[in-house]
Design a protein around this ligand. Structure first.
Ligand code: FA5
Ligand code: MG
Length: 440
């Protein structure tokens, strides 16, 4: 039986520029920084403050949340201000926004084809326990997705959900057998046009009882797998109909890691839009349904909306620019986004000696902290190890606003701030020789 969950990050969308600076000259380095441990002590008591009503501007799924419930100067907390500022935006609940339009279109498909049997949830609190986010969906204890590098921890026992699967167990226990859960999810991740640290997922879950699969002559798992395939293909037809024919977009059903994945082929690029599978029997057994079988899927709404509406960059979903917002209309799936501008990108390279605790996700978070949505892409363009075994990385940062031209001065300021923070927050030593030749 397919294991339903793998959080391995995987994208087939962009191929990065390969090494450009293989021959740059290196100086021996005297003050290589002492690696510090990035893993935090988990001993702090689990305060669960967010469960208590507090005076706050945010109320999510009936839970009141103040900023210091989520962002704290505490080793068990790694949520930055930039992430807090996205909590409560709930793009999926705005009927005029592409994410909301897509959610409603998927609702329509399920309501029409399954006579409104699917219960819908779009207001469940994104703060969940480690148990809900990982244990309940059988993510192994040592899985990389549990790390502070991949997930935003509010405290040692509480996270910002990294997928809508975090709600499967509780909904099953409440007796739901057909449900859709839409919500904002949070991940520490790389930076490019299809990855953003906050995005939206829709979870689908359907439970079958023996009287459904027995007459078919199929075993329970095959029956559920067939049904899942039919359901997703129907959904794709509902959303894409004309387009698939017109633009040659194709659907493919493939194996990805432990669960099945669906990809859309868009103009020669593969774009991963969802994960799905027949759920582990253990999940059903633990939640009061030992004699049933079920399927589940987790759909990345931004990725799908990018394809449907021709939206070229994931940052646009967060834009308040009228020229973006006003192009979309409640209930209208057929609209194609017309770029209102093409401002030039500006590239800045930075080079530093990495230490043991260096990770690309940490670097990306620092850069987002400084540049916010002005950063378009961060890519490793060179990787070099000297005779002493010290490794240097050269990253290229693409700055580009979706809304206006950036001045040289502004970009230089950003880059200087990034350089400072890379040294101060990540304890990295810049490779100045190389930077001198880069004019920054
Ligand atoms: C999951 O999150 C599983 N919980 C999905 C699932 C549910 C599998 C039920 C089986 C059963 P994954 O990590 O692949 O899987 O994420 C699902 C989708 O979210 C991806 O296909 C992609 O469309 C989207 N996604 C993932 N990371 C990002 C990101 N950083 N930015 C935007 N979209 C993302
Ligand atoms: Mg993934």
């Amino acid at each position: 039986m397919a294991t339903a969950f793998s959080l391995a990050h995987y994208t087939l969308f962009s191929l990065r520029t390969s090494s450009l600076f293989l021959h740059r000259r290196r100086n021996a380095f005297n003050h290589f920084s002492v690696p510090f441990s990035s893993s935090s002590s988990l001993s702090t008591t689990d305060k669960r403050k967010w469960r208590r009503p507090v005076v706050s501007i945010l109320e999510l799924g009936g839970v009141k949340i103040a900023k210091d419930d989520v962002v704290r100067d505490d080793p068990t907390n790694n949520v930055p201000d930039t992430i807090f500022s996205k909590l409560g935006m709930q793009l999926h609940r705005r009927n005029q926004h592409p994410i909301g339009i897509l959610k409603n279109a998927i609702y329509e498909y399920f309501d029409t084809n399954f006579s409104s049997k699917f219960d819908k949830f779009d207001d469940l609190c994104p703060l969940v326990s480690v148990k809900q986010n990982f244990d309940d969906v059988l993510v192994p204890a040592d899985h990389v997705s549990r790390s502070y590098n991949d997930t935003y921890y509010v405290d040692s026992q509480t996270v910002l959900r990294c997928h809508t699967s975090a709600h499967q167990a509780e909904l099953l226990r409440e007796g739901h057998t057909h449900f859709l859960v839409t919500g904002d999810v949070y991940r520490r991740d790389s930076i490019d046009s299809t990855h953003y640290p906050v995005f939206h997922q829709m979870e689908g879950f359907r439970v079958f009882s023996p009287d459904e699969w027995e007459p078919s002559g199929l075993d329970a798992t095959s029956y559920a797998a067939e049904d899942l395939k039919k359901c997703l293909e129907g959904l794709a037809r509902h959303l894409f109909e004309g387009d698939i024919v017109k633009f040659g977009k194709q659907l493919k059903y493939v194996h990805h890691f432990e669960y099945l994945g669906y990809e859309f082929n868009v103009k020669e690029n593969w774009l991963e839009v969802l994960g799905c599978g027949v759920t582990e029997q253990e999940i059903l057994r633990r939640n009061g349904r030992p004699d049933n079988v079920a399927w589940a899927f987790g759909l990345g709404l931004e990725r799908l909306a990018m394809v449907l509406f021709d939206i070229p960059d994931i940052r646009l979903f967060w834009s308040n620019d009228e020229r973006f917002i006003s192009q979309f209309c409640s209930g209208q799936l057929g609209i194609k986004f017309k770029p209102f501008s093409k401002y030039p990108p500006c590239y800045k390279d930075m080079s530093f000696w990495i230490n043991e605790s260096f990770t690309e996700n940490n670097l990306c978070e620092v850069i987002r902290g400084v540049a916010g949505d002005l950063v378009e892409e961060v890519s490793l363009i060179d990787n070099f190890t000297n005779k002493k075994g010290m490794t240097s990385h050269c990253y290229r940062i693409a700055y580009r606003s979706m809304e206006r031209s950036l001045t040289d001065e502004e970009i230089n300021d950003l880059q200087w701030n990034v350089r400072e923070q890379v040294q101060n927050k990540l304890n990295l030593v810049l490779d100045e020789t190389f930077l001198a030749s880069q004019n920054v």
